[in-house]
Design a protein around this ligand. Structure first.
Ligand SMILES: [Zn+2]
Length: 488
């Protein structure tokens, strides 16, 4: 089925009427059945148009073979949208024809143009992102709170009923002070110990009531508690953060806030490199002296390094993959060689015990399964390569046949007429095969050598690399049974 798409915005001067658009498209269509989709009174600036959406649904359910429009800008006035819509059609084997521009994606020049369009779309997307970002930074330069829900120690509020800010909650702020003081002073202090100390004094965290490593780390890392002066400025400068306010404004009357994507994991930021982050001054005063804040950051970074140096080696190639089947949190080795669920050990919130699991036996058993899968995968890769080759051979055969016929009929009008139907049929088949090849995705596993994989698994670093490619996670039960969730 053919789809004819017509759109007219409210501004009538800009374009032909819907009826004209449809008629122009109809001239290009022979006898094929068609459906008309029309959005009257809608602009082409976005894709929020009822009939456009309906057409996309029909394309998805493969009802539509080709979309016809009168002019390219009927489908969209925005290159990024346009390209996305076009890509959607390609994915659903639907071609796209524009009457006015004589543009047809089933031809080579149409495809070429789409390639160029794709690059413009990318540039347009990037420009928009940049503009949004600039506007955002401009907005927060007055110190307004831009971080969403208030962090521990604060509640959201508004100055003069309009500028977002944070108000301190005294009781929580004293818990924050306590956390900073203890973590700075006592060198045997860990995040877990700080958490228990706060609990023993009767403080409660917001969500879980109890504190844990993550909530404490989040508090200790947040400059929203710190007095923003020259020292703090220099600290952020050194960590390569982007700073919105000039140094003169860092005069100790405000706190600082970080915006930007979080790097290391969902919960905590990297301690050492803040180059992806932007820092700005808030519209309220800080509490923790900047020197103390900086000292605490240095200790956090140190502890992080120690942790990183220890943990992965203990867990060998299973680092990061082993999860508690009961609560799905990470399983780690706290007490070599015994395994423990992090939610049990760290958060006291899961009762799973893995004391009876033999870690070395578990590694061996998992390795056997991985090798099995890899061998199987090697067969699948070969099979898929054979499949690709077969289509390719068929295609070449068809092309040869067609070219022969064309050659024979070149100087012979009679033959030409006799062959023309057949040539056309062959051409159809050729295009069919080409399409098949272009959408054929053989399983790619060139990243590692199948044949030597068994030997390589002896090297923990290599094994880790292979495991990461193949395995999503491994759920371990208390009795040592496990389920591997594969990525493939
Ligand atoms: Zn657990």
């Amino acid at each position: 089925m053919i789809a004819i798409y017509a759109r007219q915005s409210i501004d009538k001067r800009e374009s032909e009427s819907i009826e004209t658009q449809i008629n122009k498209c109809l001239k290009l269509i022979d006898d094929e059945p068609y459906i008309v989709y029309k959005d009257k009174g809608f602009s082409g600036k976005n894709t929020q148009r009822p009939d456009l959406q309906r057409m996309l649904d029909d394309i998805k359910s493969k009802k539509i073979r080709a979309v016809y429009v009168y002019r390219l800008d009927r489908i969209s006035r925005n290159i990024a949208d346009f390209y996305q819509l076009f890509q959607y059609m390609v994915d659903n084997n639907c071609s796209f024809v524009s009457a006015k521009e004589n543009f047809d994606t089933s031809t080579a020049s149409g495809k070429l143009l789409m390639g160029i369009l794709a690059q413009f779309a990318q540039i347009e997307r990037e420009t928009i992102q940049m503009r949004v970002k600039d506007n955002y930074y401009h907005r927060i330069q007055d110190g307004r709170w831009a971080g969403g829900p208030a962090p521990y120690g604060f509640k959201n509020g508004k100055i003069d009923d309009k500028i977002p800010t944070l108000y301190k909650i005294d009781d929580e702020i004293s818990a924050v002070k306590l956390a900073f003081n203890h973590y700075e002073d006592d060198f045997s202090m860990s995040l877990g110990k700080v958490a228990r100390l706060l609990e023993s004094k009767g403080y409660q965290s917001r969500k879980r009531k109890t504190f844990d490593n993550v909530t404490i780390a989040r508090i200790l890392q947040n400059p929203v508690y710190a007095i923003a002066d020259e020292t703090l400025y220099k600290y952020f400068k050194m960590r390569k953060a982007k700073i919105l306010n000039p140094i003169e404004e860092w005069n100790g009357t405000r706190a600082a806030a970080i915006v930007g994507k979080r790097v290391s994991n969902k919960n905590t930021r990297k301690y050492t490199d803040l180059s992806e982050q932007t820092v700005y001054l808030t519209n309220f005063r800080g509490t923790i002296p900047s020197i103390q804040f900086v000292k605490v950051q240095e200790r956090l970074a140190q502890n992080q390094q120690i942790k990183r140096a220890n943990a992965p080696t203990r867990m060998k190639e299973l680092a990061g993959l082993l999860k508690c089947a009961k609560c799905e949190y990470a399983i780690k080795i706290y007490n070599d060689p015994k395994l423990d669920c992090y939610k049990n050990r760290g958060l006291h919130d899961c009762d799973a015990q893995f004391k009876s699991v033999d870690f070395e036996a578990l590694r061996k058993s998992i390795r056997t399964k991985v090798i099995e899968v890899i061998k199987n995968l090697a067969e699948r890769v070969e099979e898929s390569e054979r499949g690709y080759k077969k289509i390719e051979d068929e295609l070449n055969e068809l092309i040869e046949k067609r070219d022969n016929l064309i050659e024979q009929s070149l100087n012979n009008g009679k033959l030409e007429r006799a062959f023309s139907n057949y040539i056309e049929k062959l051409q159809d088949q050729i295009e069919q095969k080409e399409l098949q090849l272009s959408t054929y995705t053989p399983i790619k596993y060139e990243a590692f050598e199948m044949r030597h994989i068994e030997m390589e698994l002896g090297d923990i670093e290599k094994a880790k690399e292979v495991y990461r490619k193949l395995i999503k996670r491994i759920l371990l039960e208390e009795n040592g049974d496990y389920t591997i969730e594969w990525k493939i």
